[in-house]
Design a protein around this ligand. Structure first.
Ligand SMILES: [Zn+2]
Length: 296
């Protein structure tokens, strides 16, 4: 169904897009939309180069070109930490209201003194959507250069809120929340290990949130596994298409029996993500396949 009076197009390749929902956005305060991951990468390449160059010249000025903590830049676990739970977030805005943010977090690595990880990113839906640059430093002066403009009051987080994802909100106790957090970080660690570097970057997962519901409502396949804690984990998988590119969407959920209402089972989301990778699909299609009418 094409609405001929409304015209949308990709800001990079200029391809016309029929439906607004097929455009991908990475900036909160802008109407720039893109047809694909590829066009997003290309569109922002000049900013990636710019921030890399700026970090380099700062380091030259401060004689910090060879800081040993730079070898940890890009390490998945540290990237996840700085993006999902930064100590500080600094916002930079120009007179056109274009924004970028510095996420800063103190981290430690085995056998190394603590240092600050700094990720410069764009934000969409209150979460990092595109990483422009990443650097690391132990120098207060260096880190100080990234603490510029405006400190954001409440650091943003990647935490997905249950009702935001279209699930019914249920009363869950503290113990259960802790157990879900633990599962989430275990699942995420395993995903980061298995995924290909060329797959959809995880800071862009939230751009695909609209596929959560479709995947849960009409999955292609559902697998059930029992994890180490003895909980039942369901893996919902569905293939989707966005502007001619096919991808999988995965929803890892836990079955939770409501103690107040006997026999009532609720599905709690633990980790949801898109992927372009057939090998990752093979990795997740394991366990007992459920057939017949699938209800959630
Ligand atoms: Zn495009």
């Amino acid at each position: 169904m094409t609405n001929e009076s409304k015209v949308y197009y990709c800001n990079h390749c200029k391809a016309f897009i029929d439906e607004l929902e097929d455009l991908l956005f990475v900036e909160e305060s802008s109407s720039k939309g893109f047809c694909s991951e590829n066009c997003i990468e290309k569109f922002y390449q000049h900013l990636v180069d710019f921030f890399e160059e700026r970090d380099k010249s700062l380091r030259d000025d401060l004689s910090l070109a060879d800081e040993d903590c730079l070898k940890f830049v890009g390490k998945p676990k540290l990237m996840e930490l700085v993006l999902s739970s930064p100590n500080e977030v600094w916002k930079n805005t120009n007179d056109l209201n274009e924004e970028y943010f510095h996420f800063i977090r103190k981290v430690t690595e085995k056998g190394s003194e603590p240092f600050s990880m700094i990720a410069t990113c764009l934000i969409f839906d209150n979460k990092p959507s595109f990483i422009l640059a990443v650097t690391a430093s132990r120098s207060e002066e260096m880190v100080g250069h990234y603490k510029r403009e405006q400190l954001v009051d409440k650091p943003l987080t990647l935490e997905a809120e249950a009702d935001e994802e279209g699930f019914q909100s249920v009363e869950v106790d503290e113990e259960l929340i802790e157990s879900i957090e633990l599962k989430k970080s275990n699942f995420l660690a395993s995903l980061l290990e298995e995924r290909s570097p060329s797959d959809i970057p995880f800071e862009r997962f939230n751009m695909y949130d609209e596929f959560i519901e479709k995947t849960l409502q009409e999955p292609d396949e559902v697998f059930i596994n029992t994890d180490e804690e003895g909980d039942k984990v369901l893996t919902y998988i569905k293939a989707h298409e966005l502007n001619g590119t096919s991808f999988y969407y995965f929803c890892l959920c836990m079955k939770y029996e409501n103690s107040q209402k006997e026999g009532m089972e609720t599905l709690l989301p633990i980790l949801t993500f898109p992927s372009l990778d057939g090998e990752l699909y093979e990795f997740y299609k394991k366990g007992t396949k459920l057939t017949g009418a699938l209800k959630n």
